[in-house]
Design a protein around this ligand. Structure first.
Ligand code: SAH
Ligand code: SF4
Ligand code: F3S
Length: 437
């Protein structure tokens, strides 16, 4: 009889796609997905350690799993991902009910490790091997999926002073372009219309391996029949070059949205972060993108309260936001991470001050998000359907090319994955409309 696995994923899209791959791998081992932890024989946490909060969430979940494991013989707990890589055997020492700890380079070893765990051996494997054989496993794709993420590289060669990713994912390794193209082709054959290319720094794709360049990769993928939308994350502003910017004016299916994390608007803080660009250079790239594709939407990540950040530095961040008017943003309070340079930098910002700055930044972003959404009202937009609307099951939910969520009432006489929707109103974070209105 097949066993059931419940995978809980924390952190970013890299982990989401790794979880989908792990599920495919485990299906090959006669596991099927469980609906809940209570129904599962194996619980697998795919963890994140980007900020302390992410780290704490995993530890509290592991606490809950202690009773779950005791309740029935043969239950297995496995922990993978970035926190597993960071903690290694410390994790199983702190939580002895964990049977398997596997690192970011050890995913393909998971089936073997689980078999050993079932025969009573607790296993920790967090070697940085550079193993990418899990890339050969096609991530599990839910039936009817219209959008899919495709890994093009793993790891990162940058060392932004605050960031733990290079420590837990290792150096940058790019995937071979024919494999990427073939995976996208398979996905298109299975009905996927949108592809999101994934990497920590997609603009440096292939440089170390002598592969084709990132813009060339985009061109090749854009020629694959059936792919109506192409996106990529994440783009490091320093490495976003003129050729890629120009493609926004050439490839129609390249969506008019780019996530371009600035982190801070102050040159002093950007230098301390080791980001490798100034605010002026960043803004020139924004202007070039607007020239290449008028109306393009922008989103960003921000860190407030980086060591040494003054009120003036912070106000420069707000000023950049006023200038760019991002459609959306993720913003975080600086969190010191083990083994990063910023963790030992002088000039810690008091939690009360960084909390207050975060609220101001988020209030400004809410205002800009609202304005950008309101500007869509009255326009007809193409929406790629992702599923039923959570609010009204008779309605559908999808995204515009510029990545905004739209809930809409469908025209019963039509179907298809891409629908033309008249936007009738804007909420705080999404749009509403009607098809064929
Ligand atoms: N490779 C991507 C980012 C990956 S991490 C890039 O360079 O854009 C996602 C976001 O988490 C970062 O952009 C940053 O804003 C935030 N982040 C990373 N480390 C952090 C830390 N120590 N404290 C707070 N936020 C952090
Ligand atoms: Fe972290 Fe910087 Fe690499 Fe992004 S580019 S993953 S922020 S080190
Ligand atoms: Fe992603 Fe978190 Fe790892 S953001 S790369 S899962 S540390």
């Amino acid at each position: 009889m097949s066993r059931r696995v419940y995978i809980e994923t924390y952190g970013c899209q890299m982990n989401e796609v790794d979880s989908a791959r792990i599920l495919s791998l485990l299906q090959g081992e006669d596991f099927r997905p469980a609906d809940s932890i209570a129904d599962a024989d194996l619980v697998l946490l795919n963890t994140c350690s980007i900020r302390e909060k992410a780290d704490q969430k995993v530890h509290s979940k592991l606490g809950e799993l202690r009773a779950w494991k005791r309740a029935r013989n043969g239950r297995v707990v496995a922990v993978g991902g970035c926190l597993a890589q960071q903690e290694g055997s410390r994790l199983s020492a702190r939580a002895p009910h964990v049977d398997v700890v596997f690192g970011t380079h050890n995913i393909a070893r998971l089936p073997g490790l689980l078999r050993e765990a079932e025969s009573g051996k607790n296993r920790v494997e967090v070697d940085f091997t550079g193993d990418t054989s899990h890339w050969d496993v096609l991530p599990y794709l839910p039936g009817g999926a219209t959008s899919a993420m495709v890994t093009i590289m793993q790891g990162c060669d940058n060392h932004c002073a605050y960031c733990i990713v290079p420590h837990v994912r290792g150096g940058e390794i790019s995937r071979r372009s024919p494999e990427i193209v073939s995976e996208v082709g398979d996905l298109a054959d299975r009905g996927v219309r949108e592809i999101v290319l994934l990497g920590q720094n997609v603009n440096s794709y292939g440089r170390k391996e002598g592969e084709i360049s990132f813009p060339e990769l985009l061109r090749r993928i854009s020629r694959i029949p059936g792919i109506a939308r192409l996106r990529f994350i994440t783009s490091h502003p320093r490495d976003l070059g003129p050729e890629t910017i120009g493609l926004f004016g050439e490839i129609e299916t390249l969506c008019p949205h780019i996530h371009l994390p600035i982190q801070s608007g102050s040159d002093r803080i950007l230098a301390a972060m080791g980001r490798g660009y100034t605010r002026g250079e960043y803004l020139r790239k924004i202007a070039a993108l607007r020239d290449a594709r008028p109306g393009i939407a922008f989103s960003s990540d921000f860190i407030v309260g980086f060591p040494g950040e003054t009120e003036e530095d912070f106000e420069e961040t707000l000023a950049v936001m006023e200038e760019v008017r991002y459609d959306s943003a993720f913003s975080f309070r600086f969190s010191p991470r083990p083994a990063t340079r910023a963790a030992s930098m002088a000039g810690a910002v008091h939690a009360e001050i960084s909390g207050e700055r975060l609220s101001r930044l988020q209030a400004l972003q809410e205002k800009h998000t609202g304005e950008r959404l309101a500007a869509c009202v009255g326009r007809e937009m193409e929406v790629l359907v992702e599923g039923k609307s959570a609010r009204n099951p008779a309605h559908l939910c999808g995204r515009t090319p510029c990545h905004k969520v739209v809930n809409f009432s469908p025209d019963p006489a039509r179907d298809g994955q891409i629908r033309r929707v008249l936007v009738r109103s804007a909420g705080a974070h999404s749009l509403s409309g009607a098809e064929g209105a």
